[in-house]
Design a protein around this ligand. Structure first.
Ligand code: SF4
Length: 242
């Protein structure tokens, strides 16, 4: 039997639906959802399918994603056939040159090499995915980590030159999972194996009790640096009510 939703969560769900509708009205044809297929992003996928299925989304396939993430992508495409899900891949020539120069797993050797790998496999495809847009939507939440505690519903993303919309900014992890269970939303099987935050396979591990939810990402680095550059700190310029 599905889990009952609290009145607080029901209100938050309605608020997100309203944010999605007003986003599509504010940026018709020029907003896109960056779908990482994480727990927050399957919530947004479900809500976008319900209220604005015409809003496009993309997935960055770095070439190093876990098999479970690719299986989830297949599930999402089958369960929400009305959605437009574009998959972006690294630029082949650039990636081949990087691997030839640095090897297949250079990210453990230094933070500079880890960032270089993220640049080729994530940031360059992200740049292409965001070309021509005025705004992008993410599933960032304030609670996720020390690097995300100032996330706003709407903020100026200077690194991308776009407005960045984070409709789940005020959601708790428990609310995300209540939603997933209640609506039986497909999610990554790794979440059931103690992977709260999932990225590329070689850079993600399971966490243990008491660890931060992002502790399994680039665990060999300092917590303050554990971002790949997709979500550089934004300058906050709130827009409208979202
Ligand atoms: S998360 Fe790891 S494998 Fe994926 S792009 Fe970044 S450094 Fe490379």
């Amino acid at each position: 039997m599905s889990e009952a939703l609290s009145s607080t969560l029901l209100e938050k769900i309605e608020a997100v639906k309203q944010r999605l509708r007003s986003t599509w009205q504010s940026y018709p044809q020029q907003v896109v959802f960056a779908n990482s297929l994480g727990a927050e992003d399957v919530v947004l996928t479900h809500l976008i399918a319900e209220v604005v299925p015409e809003l496009p989304m993309f997935v960055l396939d770095t070439g190093r994603l876990p098999e479970e993430t690719l299986s989830l992508l297949e599930q999402v495409q089958q369960q929400y056939p009305s959605l437009q899900v574009q998959v972006y891949y690294p630029e082949a020539t650039e990636l081949e040159a990087f691997v030839r120069a640095e090897g297949i797993n250079p990210f453990y050797r230094s933070q500079a090499l880890r960032k270089a790998c993220c640049q080729v496999r994530k940031l360059e495809p992200l740049k292409r995915a965001l070309t021509g847009q005025q705004a992008w939507i993410t599933g960032l939440r304030r609670e996720q980590s020390v690097t995300r505690d100032a996330v706003e519903f709407s903020e100026w993303d200077a690194s991308q030159g776009l407005q960045k919309l984070n409709p789940l900014a005020d959601w708790s992890e428990a609310e995300v999972w209540s939603f997933i269970r209640h609506f039986q939303v497909p999610y990554n099987a790794l979440h059931d194996r103690h992977y709260p935050s999932i990225g590329c396979a070689p850079c993600t591990r399971a966490i243990t009790v008491g660890e931060d939810v992002r502790a399994g990402r680039w665990w060999w680095e300092n917590p303050e640096n554990r971002e790949c550059g997709l979500h550089a700190a934004s300058s906050v310029i709130p827009l409208k009510s979202n």
